[in-house]
Ligand binder design. Structure first.
Ligand code: TYD
Length: 215
């Protein structure tokens, strides 16, 4: 049975989550291509970012050389970016009836700031649920990647590491465990897939899960 929608709006909210190098962007693109081909209206967006204020916060919090950013400030910058994103982009799209495909959402803060930076999962969740006025995704696709594998995938892409990516493996291990814990606590709202699966197979499973919720 398809789970109840997490909000009362006509659209469908799909979030992609996972560690760095999990291949979220590739799978989000495949999903959007398939939905567009079926003439399903959608908005693709990402966090941090998605709005002018969010893009500024994104460079503040991710680029090196912005001076020291302590863990609480970092968590609040992500939450502020998310509040703007929900109010200006996600809620209007869900109200129109669109599918919203979002690269990262609240779970990223719970995993990176709550577990990675050790601020505490519940505290970070509470701050974020306040920021987004309780809005949760209808489906979260979690691409589960081992930190070492994620790192080697990123190295292969040859792009410079941002502030999060350059953290050591134990930081990324805590993040991975936290993502899995969130998914385990609410299995109806998660699709957990191994990031090293074949791209087209993963794509099909994700599309099935999304179309099942559109019906
Ligand atoms: P990005 O370049 O979007 O990477 P990715 O393709 O992996 O999503 O960088 C986002 C980085 O910010 C990533 O390392 C995760 C981190 N992040 C947090 O720490 N907290 C958050 O709430 C969000 C949304 C992202």
């Amino acid at each position: 049975m398809t789970p109840e929608k997490a909000h009362g709006l006509p659209g469908l909210f799909v979030a992609f989550e996972g560690g760095d190098g999990a291949g979220k962007s590739t799978q989000a693109s495949l999903l959007c291509e398939a939905l567009r081909a079926a003439n399903i209206p959608l908005v693709r967006t990402r966090e941090p970012g998605g709005t002018p204020v969010g893009e500024k916060l994104r460079s503040l919090v991710l680029e090196h050389g912005q001076g020291e950013i302590d863990a609480r400030t970092e968590a609040l910058l992500f939450a502020a970016s998310r509040a703007a994103h929900v109010a200006q982009v996600i809620l209007p799209a869900l109200a129109r009836g669109d599918v919203v495909v979002c690269d990262r959402y609240v779970d990223s803060s719970v995993a990176y700031q709550g577990a990675g930076r050790e601020l505490g999962a519940q505290t970070v969740l509470d701050v974020n649920l306040w920021a987004v006025n309780g809005l949760r995704p209808d489906l979260t696709v979690l691409l589960d990647v081992e930190p070492a594998e994620g790192r080697s995938r990123r190295t292969a892409q040859d792009t410079p590491e941002d502030r999060m990516e350059s953290e050591p493996d134990p930081f990324h291990e805590r993040i991975r465990a936290q993502f899995l814990d969130l998914a385990g606590g609410s299995p109806d709202h998660y699709l957990v897939l191994p990031a090293d699966g074949a791209e087209d197979q993963l794509g099909r499973m994700i599309l099935d899960a999304v179309t099942g919720r559109l019906a």
